[in-house]
Design a binder for this molecule. Structure first.
Ligand code: SAJ
Length: 404
């Protein structure tokens, strides 16, 4: 790598690291920054700290060829990308302190003509707020930087493909910033690039995930109604979707991950009076997880009443969605915790085929769990579970519809 890298990537997590690897694969030098020294060491060895198909090879190559290097501190570059988490504080209010800290960290390095891009999911107005901060602290640079917001839209599990092929929405604080950011992404993205302003780009990201949350809430609401009405919700949705203009999503045990279960609150917390459907969808999807835990609880009580002994219960899946190892905001994990909290000395067999060890839960392999258990609750539709042959005498609570 030459002395000064072209790009500084702040945040080397689920989005930052794949993006850094993609840029580096195009022979553009990237200096990745992460506050965690272990993450930095892992990447500098050419290894990765997260599970994502194809990422290992991309990072190994980028590091070997000298286009990707990680450190705990930023250095001077021409383009700065902020890809850090935006968690909650208080009661579901977005916390942009990591974005602010990352911005403060590069303040002394900025020079006229640089491009500063936020990719982190952010409440409306964040990019303008960061622009205010930068120009307050570095007034001599006023209007000489290019500042833009460009949300990522990749689906965990398919990141390396979607980073290149998905369309991107790019919103600058002015036309020159939008243009400069467009030229940057044009080097790395084959999907279409759609210019707009920063506020619209920020809102666009929140709306995409809120829209999916609302649609999943509709499916989850149907599953609650169908359970009472004694209708197979999976068959129902399949049939309704035969209509050319109907496309209902799948119910599950709730909505998790760091995106869909989080982003809608960024709208609700700033516009509570106007975002009724978005807020209600969040409540329905959260309630669905609680409902699943109650169902398991009831099944255990029924079993004990009928058989005069406590059941063994297999809880299949901890990840927030199928075929990944990510437990962030996972409804399955919430359900397992809730079931264990109410447990009274009976055996639970917890299964997550995508992780080998967990610091809280003792994991069992799925074949053993299925064999031993009296009650089997399927919480995540992992591929492995689709092949399971479950003895018909066992009680199966399939919240993902994989046995239907
Ligand atoms: N889920 C259902 N039923 C469905 C689909 C999903 O219950 O029919 C559940 C999943 O099990 C999971 C949750 O919803 O718990 C979210 O999963 P997901 O696959 O819908 O989405 P994420 O969180 O992995 O990724 C989303 C994507 N956004 C949209 O599809 C609009 C992705 O494109 C975004 O980049 C990502 O959020 C993000 O980073 O914001």
């Amino acid at each position: 790598m030459k002395e000064s890298p072209e790009v500084v990537m702040i945040g080397l997590g689920y989005i930052g690291l794949p993006t850094a690897a993609l840029i580096a694969s195009n022979k553009v030098s990237v200096h990745g920054v992460d506050i965690n020294p272990q993450v930095v060491d892992t990447i500098n060895r050419g290894e990765i700290h997260i599970v994502e198909p194809e990422l290992d090879v991309a990072v190994a190559n980028a590091v070997k060829e000298g286009y990707l290097k990680a450190a705990t501190q930023a250095v001077v570059a021409n383009t700065y990308l902020i890809v850090v988490p935006t968690p909650f504080k208080g009661k579901n209010e977005p916390d942009i302190s990591f974005v602010e800290a990352a911005t403060r960290g590069i303040l002394p390095l900025l020079k006229a003509g640089d491009l500063y891009i936020i990719e982190s999911t952010s409440p409306i107005g964040t990019t303008e707020k960061m622009m205010g901060l930068i120009y307050r602290e570095r007034p001599e640079l006023k209007d000489q930087l290019h500042i833009a917001y460009c949300p990522e839209r990749v689906l965990p599990g398919n990141v390396m493909h979607e980073l290149v092929h998905n369309d991107r929405v790019i919103g600058g604080v002015n036309k020159a910033s939008t243009q400069k950011a467009l030229s940057f992404y044009a080097k790395h993205v084959q999907g279409q690039l759609h210019p707009t302003n920063a506020r619209t780009a920020e809102m666009c990201k929140l709306v995409e995930n809120s829209s999916r949350d609302v649609q999943i809430a509709f499916a989850n609401e149907l599953s609650l109604i169908c359970d009472k009405a004694d209708i197979n919700v999976w068959e129902l949705i399949n049939l309704a979707n035969k209509h050319p203009r109907v496309n209902i999503l799948q119910p599950g045990c709730g909505v998790g991950g760091h995106c869909i279960a989080v982003d809608p609150y960024f709208i609700v917390s700033d516009y509570p009076m106007e975002s009724k459907i978005i807020g209600a969808a969040r409540e329905i999807n959260n309630y669905k997880s609680f409902w699943c835990a109650e169902k398991i609880q009831n099944a255990k009580l029924q079993f004990e009443l009928k058989h005069g002994r406590k059941p063994k219960t297999a809880l299949l899946g901890l990840a927030f969605k199928p075929n990944i190892d990510d437990l962030r905001e996972s409804p399955a994990k919430y359900i397992v915790q809730k079931v264990l909290q109410n447990a009274n000395n009976e055996e639970h067999l917890i299964v997550e085929p995508n992780i080998t060890e967990h610091h809280v839960f003792k994991l069992t392999d799925y074949q053993t769990a299925i064999e031993k258990a009296d009650i089997i609750a399927i919480l995540v539709g992992h591929e492995e579970f689709k092949e399971l042959r479950i003895n018909e005498h066992k009680i199966v609570l399939d919240f993902c519809g994989i046995t239907k």
